[in-house]
Design a protein around this ligand. Structure first.
Ligand SMILES: [Zn+2]
Length: 319
């Protein structure tokens, strides 16, 4: 019986995971859910003619496809990105500050360099930065040396801009088959989030060491507002539904929930209304651990230091 499949480069696919019997997360205060809001701080790091890239990026803006020929500058797309750092960021940042809620940044190093007031605000408010690359770069196109260089560039830049090194990593586009190993070899990272395959952290062996993965979500994520959802009400309903299911399960089997946000998307007033309603909803519920991503990583390292071997789901659990 072949339970796991190996690719030629040694990457393993695990279709079993916790096998329906995840460990009890044992979140602080007996919380039923660890809820982590993530603001992707990335505008200014995207491919840009002005930065000499030979093309303009227009992903996750108000248009569904590039409207200028490849190789020409897309000033409209550039301006839509700038809305994120000039306006949207501050609207989201104010909400979390006013509510006293922690939040994580998926930070592109170059984007943070380009907006010192935003970086200073995050640092002063104790945001944790999970590194989202030095720039938006397709890591899977890089050689191993180029990728190692990009990781080092990102870490040293964020260290300078934020005063602290990043503790996590999340690739824009997709990781390469070497990314995880390069992060482990580089050292200093508590976790990476280049995974969508679970609702709890898990350990995975990398280069002879254990490495922690905190899965992320592109479902409970405002990217849905560019591909299917339309209004802030839609977004609120999506988040509330996920929250309700996980909150109910959390009476016995607490999970983590990531809410992915982008200043240039959720930061528009029409959409922001949905996020505000969700925050109201969350704050009306007891036993929710709203936390930073690094807090979840530290909790897992302290309380679940050993990988759990997958045990088949008990027959009674399915009854
Ligand atoms: Zn992103």
């Amino acid at each position: 019986m072949l339970l796991r499949s190996h690719t030629a480069d040694g990457h393993e696919r695990d279709f079993v995971g916790y096998a329906g019997s995840p460990p009890h997360a044992d979140w602080p205060g007996g919380a039923r859910l660890a809820l982590n809001f993530v603001l992707n701080y990335e505008e200014g790091s995207e491919y840009s003619i002005a930065d000499g890239d030979g093309r303009s990026e227009s992903a996750l803006t108000e248009v569904s496809a590039p409207r200028v020929p490849i190789g020409e500058r897309d000033l409209a797309a550039e301006s839509m990105y700038e809305y994120g750092t000039r306006v949207g960021f501050w609207r989201v940042a104010r909400l979390f500050a006013e509510r006293g809620l922690p939040i994580t940044a998926f930070g592109c190093a170059l984007a943070l360099e380009r907006n010192p007031p935003a970086a200073a605000f995050m640092a002063a408010r104790g945001w944790d930065v999970c590194c989202h690359g030095y720039r938006w770069v397709e890591h899977y196109r890089l050689t191993e040396d180029e990728e190692r260089e990009q990781i080092r560039l990102a870490v040293s830049s964020i260290q300078r801009t934020m005063g602290e090194r990043p503790l996590g990593w999340y690739c824009r586009y997709a990781p390469s088959t070497a990314t995880r190993r390069l992060l482990v070899e580089e050292g200093g990272f508590l976790y990476d989030s280049d995974a969508y395959n679970d609702e709890l952290p898990y350990w995975t062996p990398v280069a002879g060491r254990r490495h922690l993965v905190l899965p992320y979500s592109l479902v409970t994520n405002d990217v849905k507002l560019t591909s299917g959802l339309f209004t802030g009400d839609d977004f609120f309903a999506l988040l509330r539904n996920a929250f309700d299911v996980l909150y109910a399960e959390g009476a016995h089997a607490p999970k983590m929930m990531s809410v992915g946000l982008h200043p240039r998307l959720i930061g528009h007033p029409a959409r922001m209304a949905g996020l505000i309603r969700f925050v109201d909803y969350v704050q009306s519920k007891p036993d929710v651990w709203v936390c930073r991503r690094a807090d979840i990583a530290r909790h897992w390292i302290a309380r679940h230091p050993v990988a759990v071997a997958a045990a088949p789901m008990a027959a009674s659990a399915t009854a």
